[in-house]
Design a binder for this molecule. Structure first.
Ligand code: MN
Length: 289
């Protein structure tokens, strides 16, 4: 059975700034999609291609905590550098994905990589937050630094394009990232008039971000930068590109637990949020300067 479109949400009128380095359109939950409706996804910030211009001083977000979920950073253009209080650091280059499990709590900072910052040029990025089920919120913080070369791709028939499998499963090919609950995350590149088919469980909450180009789904057009929320009514999804297109398809089995969200902390109860704030204030998440 076909998966139908519940809503096509246009890009918000204005972007918001995260620090001074991420100029983002907030699609989850900003577009009126509650965290419960789109569980296990908690947030989707889309930095549509934007040139901040060359800068000697790197732009970004200074030290901040996260607890109780995972942050996934997908780089399309430009490079992001990061450091965390567990001693990890690295650079996320175009095509790379960083899948960070904040788990029991971590401090990190995210900013434009220095050479990219000096050079300037288009910066295009997605940050997605994926919730952790109660039994995994206390995981030791860690991250999967997945380079473009480690992501398996499936080439579509008829020269239609390709699917990079960041997480989950497409055409019996397994994604690069390990996840705590069933999640599909596909970076899809379609050529003009190309078609791609997906088979995603009806139980999964499913959405599509049109990063570049425009596509047609079930007779409806999703314009550039729009966000498509699908109903939980079927499995089959066919997407046809009207132009060359870059798409991010996300789906996941909902985590049916209470969500109590306070900025960078996402837990199951208010008490756990107070606890997280206390832990952060008392330095339990380590040191990072
Ligand atoms: Mn962060």
């Amino acid at each position: 059975m076909k998966k139908s479109i519940e809503r096509i949400i246009p890009r918000p009128a204005r972007p918001g700034m995260v620090g001074d380095g991420f100029r983002v359109y907030n699609m989850i939950p900003g577009a009126g999609i509650s965290q419960q409706r789109i569980s296990p996804f908690l947030l989707l910030d889309f930095n549509a291609a934007y040139d901040f211009g060359p800068s000697e001083r790197v732009r970004g977000v200074d030290v901040h905590p996260h607890k109780g979920f995972e942050t996934v950073t997908i780089a399309y253009q430009g490079s992001v550098a990061h450091h965390d209080s567990a001693g990890n650091s690295g650079v996320i280059n175009p095509g790379d994905v960083q899948w960070m499990t904040a788990g029991s709590g971590i401090l990190h900072k995210e900013y434009h990589e220095q050479e990219f910052s000096r050079r300037g040029g288009p910066f295009e990025m997605v940050q997605l937050w994926v919730n952790l089920p109660k039994k995994h919120k206390g995981e030791q913080p860690h991250y999967q630094g997945i380079t473009a070369g480690q992501i398996q791709k499936v080439t579509l028939s008829g020269n239609a394009g390709l699917v990079n499998i960041i997480a989950g499963n497409y055409a019996d090919v397994k994604g690069a990232a390990d996840t705590y609950t069933p999640v599909n995350l596909f970076d899809v590149k379609l050529k003009k008039d190309g078609t791609v088919n997906f088979n995603i469980p009806a139980t999964h909450n499913t959405a599509l971000l049109v990063i570049n180009g425009a596509v047609t789904i079930d007779g409806q057009t999703a314009a550039e930068h729009s966000f498509v929320l699908f109903a939980n009514d079927g499995e089959e999804l066919t997407i046809k590109a009207g132009t060359d297109a870059v798409l991010l398809l996300l789906s996941g089995e909902p985590i049916n637990e209470p969500i109590v969200s306070y900025g960078p902390f996402v837990m199951n109860t208010e008490e756990e949020i107070y606890e997280a704030i206390q832990e952060f204030k008392s330095g339990k998440y380590g040191m990072l300067v």
